[in-house]
Write a protein that binds this ligand. Sequence first.
Ligand code: NAD
Length: 270
Amino acid sequence: MKEDLRVELQALKAHPRLGVFCFGTQASSVYWAAQQKAAAELGIEIEGWRSQRPGNAITQEEVEGKIEEWNRACGVHGIFVHQPMPPELDPQRISALIDPRKDVEGIHPQNSARRFFAKARIGSCTALAVMELIESTGVALAGKEAVVVGHSEIVGRPVSMLLLDKLATTTVCHLGTDQAGRLEDHVRRADVLVVAAGRPQLIKGAWIKTGAIIIDVGINVVAGHVVGDVEFEAAKQRAAFITPVPGGVGPVTVMMVMKNTVEAFKLQRG
Ligand code: NAD
């Protein structure tokens, strides 16, 4: 993906610019460092916004003010807000305020609606990264049993839409499935399993169907170590393909943010 993007940017003879809202969390800092590195490697300009207030206190007004400024700026082509947003912010208001042509995470209601009709111009970076990884296996998805664990707006729901677009028979599980004691049943029949719950080791290796494709989106810090939502070592014995955490979905998602920034640039340039 990096090489393809380099070639495309050379042909475009352009340096698209991405504006990123960073928050003070450890996850946001790690993500921001990875985004800066990828942007520098590709020649994409990147600008981070952090609250300048004492204690990094953030107000809805200052975030909205910055979004409006970046929406107006013709030199800014993409806007990305780290998730989860701090509790003092209203995520729905913020998503709806971003110019849909600059919305590189596909969170604006217009972009979410386009995804529903399989007509997205700019899709959710994490969901597209998941699909990129699945498709890199070369396994055809039509008719396969796909199980998505997690139904959030930024991962589970967009991933399930994209799997449906590929004609996978798609089941979406969530907290309610687990509370009903049904999670294991669904996971056991998955040819393709995408897990985005944010619960360390939620999926047991013994539940994995032999030959399955496992995409672990979860990022959890346990005793100072980053782990996913799947029991990796045990699952690896049964899966045909499995993504590690760290070093799996994360780097592909970062590259997808860059790809979407280039797409947004082209969209705005017409
Ligand atoms: P979220 O908190 O918005 O949603 C969590 C989902 O998991 C919900 O649908 C919830 O019902 C479900 N869930 C929670 N507990 C469950 C259980 N016991 N059994 C079954 N389902 C359960 O989270 P999110 O924003 O979608 O993120 C999920 C995870 O993915 C987090 O660990 C996050 O850090 C990670 N993430 C990684 C990337 C990446 O690029 N690798 C990108 C985004 C999010």
